[in-house]
Design a protein around this ligand. Structure first.
Ligand SMILES: [Zn+2]
Length: 371
């Protein structure tokens, strides 16, 4: 799955593609935790200008940096109160209680630039809050130890129901845009974190997910589309969060599962390429982030033990930068998105010094538990 931030990776990479081999390849024998902490701390303190055009997704970038530092066991580099105050300031609020049902979504904005200030009458002139930003906001708040019971969850969840479509899918924002499994996942994760499922019709969401199932056992992002690592993660993790899929289902009676677990396991394992890395789809090159998207599916199913861990570790280390961070492909410069998913991948591999990952939420187990 390649969100907007992937373009950043390409942009950073292209600055080095002058015919010479980029020189960002670092140590290929070990996970260099200290450099990764320095890399994320630098980004936490001052976002490099190459990320300027992603200002509208600043909360997503903050999630990668702050949740990444927690994975690395370095949350002490973060001012937790400052972070939670900033996140809470990005929440959208209705003018009055009746407006909760006016069709708008009252979640979290991606950044200050998408949050226009109120006019002289206190009227908010714009509401661009969306599901992805809200997932990131809640993930960060849990990561810094903020008690989500203090959030006005009724407003978030009541208004979120307006985003669910007749086919069970979700729009990311109240004024439209594409609907696909990514936003079903965000909605499920939001309900799970707020411990309240009133924000969605779970049965309809389940039907939509099952309609995205492909002949080969994987899931596409939309019904009828090709199986894809990101889509498969969103499907499986959502079903797990919603309670339709047991944890470690492979150790149980798979015949009673609502998905074809054996076929899905085969599809996932076939995505590990000869170089040890994972590809997002058949016949695509290995890419750091799919070590998480597909690795996390295997972890949820109870099938992680079947992949070649040493080969995966070897591939990921070829994507490790000597300056800290991970790139999409071997030998390129690192970007924040692939760095974060590199850390999640190493956590799944149980690298010493990394905190354990809650595969279904994509944050550490400690964060998921609120500790
Ligand atoms: Zn990628």
């Amino acid at each position: 799955m390649e969100p907007a931030s992937q373009k950043e990776s390409d942009q950073l990479s292209s600055s080095s593609s002058d015919g010479e081999q980029p020189s960002s390849c670092g140590s290929r024998s070990q996970f260099d935790r200290e450099r990764h902490v320095a890399f994320l701390e630098m980004i936490y303190q001052l976002l490099p200008y190459q990320y300027q055009w992603q200002e509208i997704n600043r909360i997503t970038l903050a999630h990668f940096a702050i949740s990444g530092l927690r994975l690395l066991g370095a949350l002490d580099r973060v001012d937790k109160d400052q972070v939670s105050d900033w996140i809470l300031s990005l929440q959208a609020h209705p003018r009055n209680k009746a407006d909760v049902n006016n069709g708008e979504f009252y979640g979290f904005h991606g950044s200050r630039s998408s949050q226009f200030p109120p006019d002289d009458n206190g009227v908010l002139t714009h509401n661009g809050s969306n599901l992805a930003s809200t997932y990131c906001a809640l993930s960060i708040l849990k990561t810094v130890g903020y008690n989500l019971a203090n959030i006005d969850r009724i407003t978030v969840l009541t208004s979120m129901r307006n985003l669910q479509q007749h086919d069970g899918s979700f729009m990311p924002i109240h004024f439209g845009a594409e609907t696909d499994l990514r936003f079903v996942y965000c909605a499920a994760a939001i309900c799970f974190m707020l411990e309240d499922w009133s924000g969605m019709d779970r049965q309809k969401a389940k039907e939509y997910i099952l309609n995205c199932k492909s002949f080969d056992g994987g899931f596409g992002l939309t019904p009828g589309s090709e199986s894809h690592g990101g889509g498969t993660y969103c499907a499986v993790a959502s079903l797990r969060l919603m309670g339709f899929l047991e944890d470690d289902v492979l150790s149980k009676d798979v015949s009673s599962s609502i998905i074809n677990v054996s076929l899905l396991l085969n599809w996932c394992l076939q995505r590990q390429a000869a170089d040890g890395g994972f590809q997002g789809r058949a016949n695509k090159p290995s890419d750091t982030c799919y070590a998480f998207w597909i690795g996390a599916v295997l972890r949820i199913l109870g099938g992680y033990k079947f992949l070649d861990r040493e080969a995966l570790r070897g591939f990921l280390l070829t994507c490790q930068s000597q300056y800290g961070g991970f790139s999409k492909w071997p030998g390129e410069f690192p970007d924040l998105y692939h760095s974060f998913y590199g850390y999640t991948a190493f956590s799944l591999l149980e690298e010493p010094g990394l905190n354990p990952l809650c595969a279904k939420l994509g944050i550490t187990e400690f964060s998921a538990l609120g500790i």
